[in-house]
Design a protein around this ligand. Structure first.
Ligand code: G3P
Length: 225
């Protein structure tokens, strides 16, 4: 399962990359708005940092297929042809996906709230479908179960499309999909850090150090004895 960062803040991205094994970065217009700079400058800085091999996902803004396609050309010209163009899964978006897929673009179908949106996007040639786990939960449905259903649809309909689950707000949502095994998840830096934040681990590590120092002396490690 690929593991991506859902953020556009370059300092946060660098910090997460320093500690964790990461496969790329996803953004959306709201995430870019938080960065507060020209979106191409922000996305180019992310691309430069993560390199051509890592995945970068960036979203079109238009609601009309023809303009979405033009945006896809400009975005990939600037950010690299390997960039995943995120397209909202609305009828105009599906029209754009069909055309862009035929022209060899990498496509992430986004704003997915229902399994049948995912089916239609896969059928239109999307490489990834991005269901919004927590936003589905907030509608009174079950985000994790929706993703599992989408995975069944993809497997049973024999699509090569993968799932890029998004919109996580807690560790359990990520853990359940990790255990189930899907193509990818994209997670915000704060939720990533909470995946491993645990007072018991900190306490255990301090006990080990205290015991070692009692034996070998203050500040000693295996390097000093
Ligand atoms: O990138 C799309 C998705 O991650 C949105 O997440 O946190 O706005 O629900 P959120």
């Amino acid at each position: 399962m690929k593991f991506l960062i859902d953020d556009a803040n370059i300092e946060k991205i660098k910090k997460i990359y320093e500690f964790y094994a990461i496969d790329g970065v996803t953004t959306n217009p709201s995430i870019l708005a938080k960065a507060g700079k020209n979106p191409y400058d922000v996305l180019s800085e992310i691309r430069d940092f993560i390199g051509d091999k890592a995945e970068l996902h960036a979203q079109v803004i238009s609601l009309k297929a023809e303009t979405m396609i033009k945006e896809a050309y400009k975005m990939t010209e600037i950010l690299g042809r390997e960039t995943f163009v995120k397209i909202p899964t609305i009828p105009e978006g599906l029209k754009a996906m069909k055309k862009l897929h035929a022209q060899g673009f990498k496509i992430t179908a986004t704003a997915i709230y229902t399994p049948m949106q995912a089916y239609l996007a896969a059928k239109a040639g999307a490489d990834y479908v991005a269901p919004y786990v927590n936003r589905i939960d907030n509608l009174g449905a079950n985000g994790v179960e929706s993703v599992k259903l989408i995975q069944n649809i993809i497997e049973n309909c024999d699509f090569s499309t993968k799932i890029l689950a998004a919109s996580f707000k807690n560790s359990n949502q990520v853990q359940e999909l990790c255990a189930f095994g899907i193509g990818a998840v994209t997670v915000s830096p704060d939720v990533i850090e909470n995946l491993i934040r645990n007072a018991s681990v900190k306490e255990a590590e301090q006990d080990f150090i205290d015991d070692f120092e009692k034996l070998c002396g203050q500040g000693k490690t295996m390097l000093d004895i």
